[in-house]
Design a protein around this ligand. Structure first.
Ligand code: NAD
Length: 458
């Protein structure tokens, strides 16, 4: 299906209109913010089938999965925000050192102003709207740029957001590299980007020209470590679920598994059974298994496939289908182990234990997520203490994203800054220091010049 892009907008005009809107103070009242969040929620419920159809068109995403990971996911984030927003926004009192008293110190969250949100194609709805929830809840106005690689979802967003939200405060501009480059020339007060690290660099450079702060939600190879103390059947089921959801095109999907040869010998048949349980003997016929976003990514992924795979390996370019694939005892220097896979291919790399696994992980870029399947307390402690990643989950891949109370973001090469729940308020606000010092009594008299009076005391 062809999706027409909304008329190409002049980014300069869009940004100045938004800036003018922000200048009137329209987005500051908490009541306005709550109205916007409720309208966004209404949009997701009333247009649910439109969005689910678009996600099906773009990614072959099953409607239930679309609800769990995109539409409903965003509704949950809105509900959590609506429940807590007034509390989060309350000024936070700070202690004043005795020598500076009497005085009253507090911090207040101040909206940053005009925010740019750039979203990727893999969760094209959720990754645009969840940051939007935080940006609006913080009292900002927003230019939203959906991914051109998910054209049906981009077009549904461009159609419905303006129908439900205050147009003076939220504008959608569709487009690809050329349009985004033109948008990035404008001055924003915050840029929130989700996508690959190479473009993250471009975004940060463009923002630097205006000294604009950025949040970068990037990717990378998220490892899994499984040892022999874990229940292998359940571990395999959960790894398969996290990996093959959205056909592996999830930023926090398990990218590869580290395990001993003995654990792999049990894990491979367990993964095979889990894949059959979830997608049947022939995943091409499963309504629950997605497709690769486009041919470029299909070609990139099939180039990673060896001649024979222990599980899967089948592919069909026309259908953009790649079977859930497992590659035991993969060579750490193979192509599959060099860049983020971002597809349904799971290499298993042999290590002889936790020590080697930690060393392996620490020798590479800091991942967005790290997953551990071990019942040993010392191993769990070791991973939490001795590795660095955006987040670490023991026992269930990708689940930390659904806990709005936890900050979600990367570290090092997997990104900077975090969001979700109150962390979105922190990301999209300036925390302003407010100090009130009474004029009387004039306790500052002690520090005024002339300083001769200190000669004997300092
Ligand atoms: P993408 O190709 O859709 O690009 C992301 C956005 O950047 C799009 O809106 C696109 O229009 C824009 N863009 C692309 N090239 C540009 C350029 N040269 N200049 C300016 N803008 C440009 O998505 P992608 O990058 O392929 O997304 C996949 C990557 O994103 C993976 O690495 C994945 O791990 C990561 N990711 C991270 C998260 C997270 O939350 N941390 C979530 C999803 C995806």
């Amino acid at each position: 299906m062809q999706h027409e892009r909304s008329q190409t907008a002049d980014p300069q005009a869009v940004v100045s209109a938004l800036r003018a809107g922000f200048g009137t103070g329209l987005s500051r009242p908490v009541a306005w913010r709550i109205r916007q969040l409720k309208a966004l929620r209404r949009m997701l419920i009333e247009r649910r089938t439109d969005f689910e159809r678009a996600l099906q068109d773009d990614l072959g995403k099953n409607a239930t999965e679309a609800w769990l990971t995109e539409v409903g996911f965003t509704v949950n984030e809105i509900d959590h925000t609506l429940r807590h927003l007034r509390g989060w926004l309350r000024p936070r009192r700070r202690r004043v050192p005795l020598a500076l008293q009497p005085a009253n110190a507090r911090t207040v969250f101040e909206p940053r102003g005009v925010v740019l949100i750039i979203a990727p194609w893999n969760y094209p709805l959720q990754l645009l709207l969840t940051p939007l929830v935080g940006a609006l809840a913080s009292g900002n106005v927003v230019l939203a740029k959906p991914s051109e690689l998910a054209p049906a979802t981009s077009s549904a967003i461009a159609r419905w957001l303006p129908e439900y939200l205050d147009r003076r405060a939220v504008q959608v501009v569709e487009g690809g590299v050329a349009e985004t480059t033109a948008i990035l020339e404008q001055r924003f007060d915050h840029v929130f980007y989700t996508g690959n690290a190479a473009v993250g660099q471009i975004v940060m450079e463009a923002a630097a020209k205006h000294l604009t702060p950025v949040t970068l939600e990037l990717g990378g190879k998220s490892p899994v470590y499984v040892d022999d103390s874990a229940d292998i059947t359940v571990s395999a089921r959960r790894i398969a679920w996290g990996k093959f959801m959205n056909a592996g095109q999830t930023c926090v999907a398990p990218d590869y598994v580290l395990a001993s040869a003995a654990v792999q010998a049990r894990l491979v048949p367990a993964l095979d059974a889990a894949i059959r349980e979830m997608f049947g003997d022939d995943p091409t016929t499963s309504p629950d298994f997605g497709r690769i976003i486009n041919e470029r990514n299909y070609d990139r992924l099939t180039a990673l496939l060896p001649e024979h795979s222990a599980i899967g390996g089948q592919a069909n370019r026309e259908a953009r289908y790649i079977a859930p694939t497992v590659l035991p005892d993969a060579d750490p220097s193979s192509a599959a182990m060099s860049a983020e896979i971002f597809g349904p291919i799971l290499p298993l790399v042999t290590v002889d234990g936790a020590e080697e696994a930690v060393r392996f992980i620490n020798s590479r870029d800091k991942p967005l997520a790290l997953y551990l399947f071990s019942n040993r307390r010392d191993v769990r402690k070791k991973f939490v203490r001795e590795t660095s990643s955006g987040g670490i989950v023991i026992g269930a891949p990708t689940m930390h994203l659904s806990v709005s109370q936890l900050p979600f973001g990367g570290v090092g090469h997997s990104g900077m800054g975090s969001y979700h729940g109150v962390h979105s308020i922190e990301a999209f606000s300036h925390q302003k220091a407010v100090l009130t010092k009474p004029l009387n009594p004039d306790t500052l008299r002690l520090v005024y010049p002339p300083f001769t009076k200190f000669r004997d005391t300092v």
